[in-house]
Design a protein around this ligand. Sequence first.
Ligand code: BGC
Length: 500
Amino acid sequence: MSSIVCHPILDSQNGIATDAVIKKQRPPPLVLSRPKDLIQEACQRLVLSDQQLRRIMQSMEKSMEQGLATSTKKVAVKMLPTYVDSVPNGTESGDFLALDLGGTNFRVLHIKLQGKETKMTGKIFRVPESIMRGTGEALFDHIAGCMAKFMGENDLKDAQKLPLGFTFSFPCEQEGLTKGKLVTWTKGFKASGVEGVDVVTLLHEACHRRKDIDIDVVALLNDTVGTLMACAFQENSCQIGVIVGTGTNACYMERLDRIPKLAGYVDEHGVTPEEMIINTEWGAFGDDGALDFLRTEWDEVVDRESINPGQHLYEKMISGMYMGECARVVLEDLAKQGLLFGGNSDAISVPHCFPTKFVSEIDSDLLEDDDRTFQKTYQILEDIGVEMITANDCANVAYVCSLISTRAAHLTAAGIAMLLNRMNKKHVTVGVDGSVYRFHPTYPTLLDAKIGELIVGDIEYKLMLSEDGSGRGAALVAAVATRLKEEKLAASLSSSSSNQ
Ligand code: BGC
């Protein structure tokens, strides 16, 4: 590894490298310098104005209203009822199992709720790509196998069946708390025979095939709902749950009188709740063309080369599964135009060679390195095989990464601000989780600042990092469901005894 230290001078206005290169231990290769404004000009479309963000907010709310009105497959933003209409009241307690499937890892957890305390033991299992894209039966057999292993190792096999919360982080059309048909796979999953089928049934069938474990699924939930519930357990003003990780999505408490497709709905107690958590599935916003006015040719490449072209277009401009690839496609194009790497695009043209964690690391270089040495950026580019890296290249790569991550943060801010404006409640806590939110150095600050600029009136909000919504949240939904079931049983017992 060579130890070049590059010190490009940055234009203080826009952060783009000028041609001047000062101090260096080893001179970068000589290449013809390019005027900085060519890169800036080429990337202009990645910078979103507040006016464009407001247009997104308006059009997203319109898409959401279409989703609230009808369950047809045609609407882009599905607005799926979750059948969760109460948040934890703090008295939840007991032992629960939680399953968490939503990415390349699958987790099984044993959770003990005791007052505000939670004790968790769990195990993480990998879901190999061959299983993600094989048959549904193989996928659910894998899940059941992992559960059996965990239950065996933790002496839970013979224990009385524990109430189980299943966090399944894909769009599910639920018919109640314990039933939900997968609408469509996202995030690189493609297991056959699952779309359109109830995933709780598939899980039960897989357990029956094994014969050695039995389960009692009391709640099926999305990770956004788990996030909301986990935060609401700490702060009862939490009314929105957001994930910005491998995928992105949000859920929020909606008034029932604003959900036409649930007209006439009564719960198992014969009551119409005032509100219900709606899983927006906002990742699919734009699938009907609503985002075309700002999607770039680079976004089109990312989409075209993905496993689900034409689907989840908003997600593809934001989340961790795509952010790095989007930056790579931009860099490849700039190299092909001769604006980077001396015009050599070979190394950067390899699909997926630039994961989102590189965007985070390079953005950290911009943030932490006062001298603008871009050591980390240089190292990353060298590791992926780019030859002829100049100081300007490093600074310009960092510039592109910061544009891509800022755009992602601002697009997410538009979604959250729209929900806050729509709910129009005085004080709302927004529970947030996901690898991009947790690990990108500037994403949370950029998100927060832009939400502040886009909300109207005197709404107050706070972003709160959720502590393991997919695990703890699943136990909490299971606990609330169990508590409500017990309350119902007690009420019916007391009414039958008073009738005697
Ligand atoms: C899925 C959502 C999920 C989100 C975050 C998206 O791809 O469609 O259901 O909540 O990823 O995990």
